[in-house]
Design a protein around this ligand. Sequence first.
Ligand SMILES: C[S@@+](CC[C@H](N)C(=O)[O-])C[C@H]1O[C@@H](n2cnc3c(N)ncnc32)[C@H](O)[C@@H]1O
Length: 261
Amino acid sequence: MNRSLRRHSRDWEDLGDLDPCWAILAYPERRFGRWDHDELFRSGEAEIARLMVDIQRLGYPVRRERALDFGCGVGRLTRALAPHFRHCHGVDVSAPMIVAAGKLNAEFSNCQFVLNGHPDLRIFPDGHFDLIYSVLVLQHLPTRAAIAAYVADFARVLAPGGLLVCQIPSHIPLRRRLQPRRRLYGILRSLGVGPRVLYHRLGLFPMRMTSLPEQNVHALLTAAGARVLEARADAMASTAIDSRTYYVTKPEGPAGQREPA
Ligand SMILES: C[S@@+](CC[C@H](N)C(=O)[O-])C[C@H]1O[C@@H](n2cnc3c(N)ncnc32)[C@H](O)[C@@H]1O
């Protein structure tokens, strides 16, 4: 693991310890442990219900064996995928998130939560997942290159006829890029100040925002043999961050053959 990914994992381990539910859905009024689990999980069910409408409309994925929720946090979305896919895998870089996901979703026997500290998805074989879903995750990676590496690997582990849905900011205005609370958190943390003091007393937290322009995403998915079906402006637009959700498939067999009817 390189230095920047190590620091990034430590940040998410801290967040997973400090306030896991707020860290995955950072509504200001829910900070400091104020999320009600049922309410949090209902938000995941509503989001996956909208995804299932898109799946119906797009005609992908053609099979519903295996789903990957990349950056699963406490499993808000993994558990909501459970009624729709035979096996659901939540993957996260943060050990406390994976532990919380296992505890909070113990009754979902077809959900499995896996820690992955690699800068890619090497733990999974090619063409493994019919659905890959990832929202509010890639935007927090430390560099554009890190986002690009995961997106290219999404295309590798996506099954032919599968559907990849991933959200990535395409542009972040300068004032949102400065992130003084995150920078100060990093400096004080490396000087030995504990995460609890930084978060609870000083109001600092280590969440960063990174973007990847839309044309870069198209180029790298096309180079990886995938096909972008749609790139839609998403709800992040209301935060002054220009963001896209990409709906992507991978052709079955030789180009263009065995596409769904
Ligand atoms: C804002 S939360 C969103 C969680 C979930 N997608 C949801 O919407 O409920 C971001 C999650 O991504 C995870 N994450 C960040 N970087 C990651 C990486 N490189 N690989 C896997 N998970 C990562 C964090 O630990 C955190 O749980």
